[in-house]
Design a protein around this ligand. Structure first.
Ligand SMILES: C[S@@+](CC[C@H](N)C(=O)[O-])C[C@H]1O[C@@H](n2cnc3c(N)ncnc32)[C@H](O)[C@@H]1O
Ligand SMILES: [Zn+2]
Length: 322
């Protein structure tokens, strides 16, 4: 009978040494052939929002990166225009300015704002709104020489969907227009070189403001319209009676009836009599060139009137562009 093997034999030193390093075959890992993960280059998606305006330097479109409350606008050539705090762009380049403060004086503009806010020309405002609203609800409307924005504001009150743009060469006027918060794109620039793309406006209006037929024709779409308001012959005759001894019929500032590509469609006449009271009388005088034609004593006389009755007389000419 064989004895059971109880103790394993103590390994000899030699054995120990020989056995110690257990040589493990290096684990050869088959090279895992992984297809290189193709990562699409991370492209930054930048959404830009178009403004109605073009860059006055290179004429490319001005864009911004936020849909609302944009602080600045930039063209693809990196010309940058900061939005004024009040919410308008000054696109009138210094080299295009003929004077330090072009356009109507600040005093004239503030007087006009107070007077118009008194509602004395409401019949005219209603007629303009009615004419514009004959077009599409969301049409692009441009007010050329918009002043402090009274008529744009009336348009906005008449319709939430019109796309309103206004320009005026006076910074004070545009700043006051922006304060009206009427959801309009506003810029300081000239009617003779408008910061707008060709064929980008459906309907232009001009109320007692200078207009360039050529430049207006450029920005209007084919078939677009121009509504021009100028004075009728008897406009403010009750006021001028205090200044001129001979009656001077008002000279209109209208385009010739058929000028270039514009075809006169219709002329509307508004004639009414209004009574102006208190400080509004001096504001009326100050918002017109009559103020500068009046002698100091005539200015004082008008300023001291309690009431003033006068005819208001407007001619509204509606043109279509071929
Ligand atoms: C008599 S105001 C009329 C303003 C406004 N349309 C209204 O009826 O209340 C004339 C306006 O034309 C602006 N104006 C004068 N020359 C201009 C020009 N070259 N380009 C743009 N606006 C101009 C003046 O600054 C002024 O606001
Ligand atoms: Zn540019």
């Amino acid at each position: 009978m064989t004895k059971p093997f109880i103790y394993p034999p103590v390994p000899s030193r030699k054995q120990t040494i020989e056995q110690a390093p257990i040589e493990q075959a290096p684990i050869e890992q088959a090279p895992i052939e992984q297809a290189p993960i193709e990562q699409a280059p991370v492209e930054e998606v930048v959404t830009v929002y178009d403004s109605a305006f073009k860059c006055p330097s290179c004429h490319n479109r001005l864009q911004t990166s936020t849909p609302e409350g944009a602080k600045s606008y930039r063209c693809s050539n990196n010309h940058n225009f900061d939005m004024a705090k009040k919410g308008y762009l000054n696109l009138l380049l210094a080299q295009h300015k003929r004077s330090r403060n072009p356009g109507d004086s600040d005093e004239m503009i503030r007087s006009r704002q107070r007077f118009l806010n008194g509602g004395y020309y409401q019949t005219l405002a209603d007629a303009i709104v009615k004419q514009v609203r004959l077009g599409a609800d969301n049409q692009r409307v441009l007010d050329i020489g918009c002043g402090e924005g009274y008529y744009m504001d009336q348009l906005r009150q008449g319709s939430e969907t019109l796309q309103l743009t206004g320009i005026d060469i006076s910074k004070t006027a545009v700043r006051l227009a922006a304060k009206r918060k009427m959801d309009a794109q506003l810029a300081v620039d000239s009617a003779y070189s408008m910061p707008l793309h060709s064929d980008s406006i459906d309907c232009a209006i001009s109320v007692f403001s200078p207009v360039s037929a050529k430049e207006t024709a450029r920005v209007l779409v084919p078939g677009g319209s121009l509504i021009m308001v100028g004075p009728g012959e008897e406009h403010l005759s009750g006021l001028t009676a205090h200044i001129y001894s001979n009656r001077v019929p008002h000279q209109g500032n209208n385009l010739d009836d058929n000028l270039g590509d514009f075809i006169l469609q219709e002329t509307l006449e508004i004639k009414d009599s209004i009574t102006i009271t208190g400080p509004d009388i001096l504001d009326l005088l100050k918002m017109t060139p009559y103020y500068w034609h009046a002698r100091a004593e005539q200015q004082e006389l008008v300023a001291n009137l309690k009431t003033l009755e006068t005819v208001i007389h407007f001619m509204i000419k509606i043109y279509k562009i071929k």
